[in-house]
Design a protein around this ligand. Structure first.
Ligand code: KIV
Ligand code: ZN
Length: 394
């Protein structure tokens, strides 16, 4: 049978593993469980809950998420060793649906400097580790760490070995965020042909953001036939982070005309997921972050505000409701125009007569010049005459 990609892309969340292991993003057990609940509500396909063999704390967290998660497959990372796989099996025992995610470095750098193994030894370790994992788990994923810096033909051999030993998901990480979208498309097109997987096999992408291309690379992988994206909420992860889930998923949905595939996620949970993660880690997302940043649906420039007041589509390609964000905001600042100012004042119950409008607008600009945003309270003060910036209106 041949590899025939379906129109649904699976979402593998690694916020609690790759995300949590990066500086500044550690989470308490309670925090991890809060995130696991949000991820379940979001309907991600897989939650990677941790790396059970890494520490007793990690094993405990994997077990707690395995008990809590309802719906998604719960997964633990493991090296291709019996000890790691046993630790994963123990921690995942309570899970209704579980997966072992086994990995080994395959690139020359990892083979020589980290593993001190020859190619043949790496292949033997893959074969043994995956077979051992399959003796315990029905669902096994294999990752070739640093895949994108691995010789192409050897990488195909590693993936074929894992597939023949029983790994149904073949993950090809860009561990150091080195590849471009063009190269990503090219390497997956090559691998899907060279590995000769059956139609049960799912190719997976796991991109890091060192050059800011993790989302673009993940989407290029999907175009080549990949049907699992590994990603995190807010794009957290090692160094510059991983592919941001909300960005990749909304790109697939918004540009379905281009990609022809979708996910099964309830995207209306993205805003909540993003804010829960901020809360759990204490790290705020940048204001202009795509999809979930505070500015993603906010407008200050006068021309934009005028357009938005006529029709949201003038300056928005997604609806805030689709990602659970508060309704689009027209932020009143020094770039704002009369349309937005008087529309807001009307909402606040102040109709300004035509002969006072120029004076009110001039006073508003004076305040706005000194501030980032003019609040509703300041607007009320302005029209009530309490401000010394304006001749009283009314
Ligand atoms: O970046 C990476 O290579 C990983 C693997 C362990 C999947 O996180
Ligand atoms: Zn990673």
């Amino acid at each position: 049978m041949t590899y025939t990609p379906e129109p649904i892309v699976r979402i593998f969340d690694t916020t609690l593993r790759d995300g949590e292991q990066s500086p500044g993003f550690s989470m308490t057990m309670k925090g991890k469980l809060r995130m696991a609940r949000v991820l379940s509500a979001l309907k991600v396909d897989v939650i990677e809950a941790g790396f059970a063999a890494a520490s007793p704390g990690d094993a405990e967290a994997v077990q707690a998420v395995a008990e809590e998660a309802d719906g998604p497959i719960v997964c633990s990372l493991a090296r291709v060793t019996e000890r790691d796989i046993d630790a994963a099996a123990k921690a995942l025992e309570p899970a209704k649906r579980k997966r072992a995610h086994v990995f080994i470095g395959t690139s020359p750098t990892h083979r020589q400097h980290k593993l001190k193994m020859r190619k043949g030894e790496v292949l033997d370790a893959i074969e043994h580790g995956v077979r051992y994992a399959r003796s315990i788990f029905e669902d096994v994923e294999f990752s070739a760490e640093d895949a994108m810096r691995t010789e192409k033909t050897f990488l195909a051999e590693c993936l074929r070995t894992a597939n023949e030993a029983g790994a149904r998901t073949l993950n090809v990480p860009d561990t150091v965020g080195y590849f471009t979208p063009e190269e990503t498309y090219e390497v997956f097109s090559y691998l899907i042909n060279a590995v000769e997987p059956d139609d049960q096999t799912v190719f997976s992408t796991h991109c890091h953001d060192d050059l800011g291309m993790a989302v673009a690379n993940s989407l290029a992988a999907v175009r080549a036939g990949v049907r699992q994206i590994e990603c995190t909420i807010n794009g957290i992860g090692e160094r510059a982070g991983n592919c941001a889930m909300e960005e990749a998923v909304m790109a697939l949905r918004t540009r379905r005309d281009t990609y022809g595939v979708d996910t099964l996620l309830d995207t209306r949970r993205f805003y909540e997921a993003s804010r829960t993660l901020e809360d759990v880690t204490g790290e705020k997302v940048q204001r202009n972050k795509a999809v979930v940043g505070r500015n993603a649906f906010a407008h200050e420039a006068g021309i934009h505000q005028h357009g938005m007041l006529s029709n949201r589509k003038t300056y928005e390609i997604m609806e805030p409701e689709d990602v659970g964000a508060p309704v689009s905001a027209l932020v009143l600042g020094k770039h704002s125009g009369k349309h937005a100012l008087f529309a807001r004042l009307e909402e606040l119950g102040h109709e300004v007569s035509p002969d006072r409008r120029e004076a009110v607008f001039a006073a508003f600009k004076l305040i706005a010049d000194e501030k980032h945003e003019v609040s509703d309270d300041e607007l009320r003060t302005l029209v009530s005459g309490a401000s010394n910036r304006v001749v009283p209106v009314l």
